[in-house]
Design a protein around this ligand. Structure first.
Ligand code: GDP
Ligand code: GDP
Length: 453
C-alpha cells in the first residue's frame, strides 16, 4: 500500500554529501498531551520546544541538535502534528509514519498515569511496521504510585518501559543511555552548518572548468584544502567569493590534464559522480559557442540523480555572436526544459565577464535546496489546489488528498497522503504548482505518495 514514486531528483540514499556529517535522528512520538515537548525540553536542557497545555495546538515539526554522552544527534519533536486531518485515527498514524520517514530510532512516549489507550496501540502498530528501533517511555511517573502503573506497560511487548518524569527530570539520563544503544552512529540527518558550502564544477572536457577555477581562484584568496587529499586523489580548494568561503570539491581532477586514452570518458564520468557525491550544489559548465550535446545532457542527468542543487553556466560567452545567441536560446528551450528551474549564468572564464554572477546563483540554488515549507502553509496551498483541480475520476473512483508534509530538505521532499493512487500526470501537476507557488529555483524537488485506505 505504499507508493513512493520520485518525480525529480535522486534516490533516497544519495541525498547527502558523503563528507557532510550525517547525524542519527531520534523522533519523539506519542499521542497528544503525553509530555513529548516537555521531554524534548528536558533532553535539550533548555526550554526551547514550546509546551502547550491545550492538546492539538498547531506547532510545526522541529529539529533540534542534541547531545548525550559525547554523541550528537538530531531530535524531532512531533508534538503539534495532530490537528491537520479529520479524525484522530488519521492523525496519530500519520504522525508516526512521518516520524518514521524521518528518523533512525523512535522514542514512543506513553502517559503512565493514563495507561495504554486505543490511540497508543494504533500508533504502535505503525511504528512496528517500520522496523525502526523503538524505545518505550513511561512518562509522568512523578511518584511511587505512578511507578506501579508504569509496570503495566510491559504488556506492550516493547520490553522494559523506561520510567521518567519529564517534568521533574527523573529518569531521563537512563532513558538516553538506552536510546544511545539503539541509535546508529550515522543517520539520515545532515548536521547543520557543516562548514563552507561545497560546490562541484562539472562539465565535459574543454568547456573551461579549469579556466573558470583559475579565474575564480586567481582573483580571490585560495586555500588548498588537502587534509583529505594527502592520501587520496580529490583535493578541495577553499575560495573566498562574494564575502564568504566556498569549497570547490575535487579540484585536483579539474586541474590535472586528463589523459586522452581509451576509457577517459568512463573516468570522467566516474569523477563527476564522485564530485557530486561530495558536493551540495553543482555548476554544470556548458559551452555557449557549441551545440548542447548528449554528453552535456548526461552530466545534467547525473546532477538530477544525485539530488544536488543545480546552476547552469554557459561559458565562452566572449566567442558568440547574435545569431549563435538566438540559436542557443532555442536549444535551451528544446533540450533543457526539464531543468528550466535552474538559474543560468552566461559568463566567460577568459575575460571574467559575469563570473561574479555565479555566487548569487549558487546562493539562490542552495537556499531552495535547504528550504522547508511550514506544514500549515503547504496544506493551505494543497487545499486550494485540490479544491480547484480535483484528481480526475477513474472507474468511478476519485482518490482524495488528505494531507501533505515536507519530510526532508536537501533537496525538498514532500510526502502526500491520499486515499488512493495518484496518477503520474496529477503528481506532475502538483509539482508544477508547488514550483509556481514556492519557486525552488535551482533545486530538484521530490514528491512521494502514501496511500491510506
Ligand atoms: P505533548 O502534547 O505530548 O507535547 O505534551 P506536553 O509536553 O505539551 O505536555 C502536556 C502536559 O503534560 C503539560 O501540561 C505538561 O506540563 C504535562 N507533563 C509533561 N510531563 C509531565 C510529567 O512528567 N509529570 C507530570 N505530572 N506532568 C507532565
Ligand atoms: P576543461 O577541460 O573544462 O578544464 O577546460 P579548460 O579550462 O582547459 O579550457 C579548454 C579550452 O577552452 C582552453 O584552451 C581555454 O583557454 C579555453 N577557454 C576556457 N574558457 C574560455 C572562455 O571563456 N572563452 C574562450 N574564448 N576560451 C575559453
Amino acid at each position: 500500500d505504499e507508493d513512493l514514486a520520485i518525480l525529480a531528483g535522486g534516490d533516497e540514499d544519495a541525498l547527502a554529501p558523503a563528507e557532510a556529517r550525517m547525524l542519527p535522528v531520534l523522533a519523539v512520538v506519542g499521542r497528544p498531551n503525553v509530555g513529548k515537548s516537555t521531554l524534548v525540553n528536558r533532553i535539550l536542557g533548555r526550554r526551547e520546544a514550546v509546551v502547550e497545555d491545550t492538546p492539538g495546538v498547531t506547532r510545526d515539526r522541529v529539529f533540534y541538535e542534541a547531545e548525550w554522552a559525547g554523541r550528537d544527534f538530531l531530535l524531532v519533536d512531533t508534538g503539534g502534528w495532530e490537528d491537520r486531518v479529520q479524525g484522530i485515527a488519521y492523525r496519530v498514524a500519520e504522525q508516526a509514519e512521518i516520524a518514521v520517514e524521518l528518523a533512525d530510532a523512535v522514542m514512543f512516549v506513553v502517559d503512565a498515569t493514563v495507561g495504554v489507550t486505543a490511540t497508543d496501540e494504533q500508533l504502535l502498530k505503525v511504528l512496528r511496521r517500520s522496523k525502526r528501533p523503538i524505545v518505550l517511555v513511561a512518562n509522568k511517573v512523578d511518584d511511587a504510585r505512578a511507578e506501579l502503573e508504569a509496570a503495566a506497560l510491559w504488556n506492550l511487548g516493547l520490553g522494559e518501559p523506561h520510567v521518567v518524569s519529564a517534568l521533574h527530570g527523573r529518569g531521563s539520563g537512563d532513558l538516553l543511555d538506552a536510546v544511545m544503544e539503539v541509535l546508529p552512529e550515522e543517520g539520515r540527518g545532515m548536521a547543520p552548518d557543516a562548514g563552507p558550502r561545497r560546490v562541484a564544477l562539472v562539465g565535459r572536457p574543454n568547456v573551461g572548468k579549469s579556466s573558470l577555477l583559475n579565474k575564480l581562484a586567481g582573483e580571490n584568496r585560495v586555500v588548498v584544502d588537502d587534509t583529505a587529499g594527502t592520501t587520496r586523489d580529490p583535493v578541495d580548494e577553499r575560495i573566498d567569493l562574494g564575502g564568504r568561503e566556498w569549497t570547490f570539491v575535487d579540484t585536483a581532477g579539474i586541474r590535472r590534464r586528463i589523459l586522452q586514452t581509451q576509457g577517459a570518458d568512463f573516468y570522467a564520468s566516474l569523477r563527476t559522480r564522485s564530485a557530486l557525491e561530495r558536493a551540495e550544489v553543482a555548476v554544470v559548465l556548458l559551452e555557449a559557442s557549441e551545440t548542447i550535446s548528449t554528453q552535456d545532457l548526461k552530466i545534467i542527468d547525473m546532477v538530477l540523480e544525485s539530488g544536488r542543487a543545480l546552476v547552469l553556466a554557459f561559458n565562452k560567452w566572449d566567442l558568440i555572436d547574435e545569431e549563435r545567441r538566438r540559436q542557443l536560446e532555442w536549444e535551451i528551450e528544446k533540450d533543457l526544459a526539464h531543468v528550466a528551474w535552474a538559474p543560468r549564468v552566461n559568463l566567460s572564464a577568459k575575460t571574467g565577464r559575469h563570473t561574479d554572477k555565479l555566487v548569487p546563483a549558487l546562493e539562490t540554488a542552495l537556499e531552495s535546496w535547504d528550504a522547508r515549507i511550514p506544514t500549515a502553509r503547504l496544506n493551505a496551498f494543497l487545499g486550494t489546489l485540490v479544491a480547484a483541480h480535483p484528481h480526475p475520476l477513474r472507474g468511478g473512483k476519485q482518490p482524495r488528498i488528505l494531507f501533505a508534509t515536507q519530510a526532508r530538505t536537501r533537496p525538498p521532499r514532500f510526502v502526500v497522503f491520499a486515499t488512493g493512487f495518484l496518477e503520474h500526470g496529477y503528481r506532475r501537476f502538483i509539482e508544477r504548482r508547488l514550483r509556481e507557488d514556492f519557486a525552488f529555483t535551482g533545486s530538484p524537488i521530490e514528491i512521494g505518495v502514501r496511500i491510506r485506505e
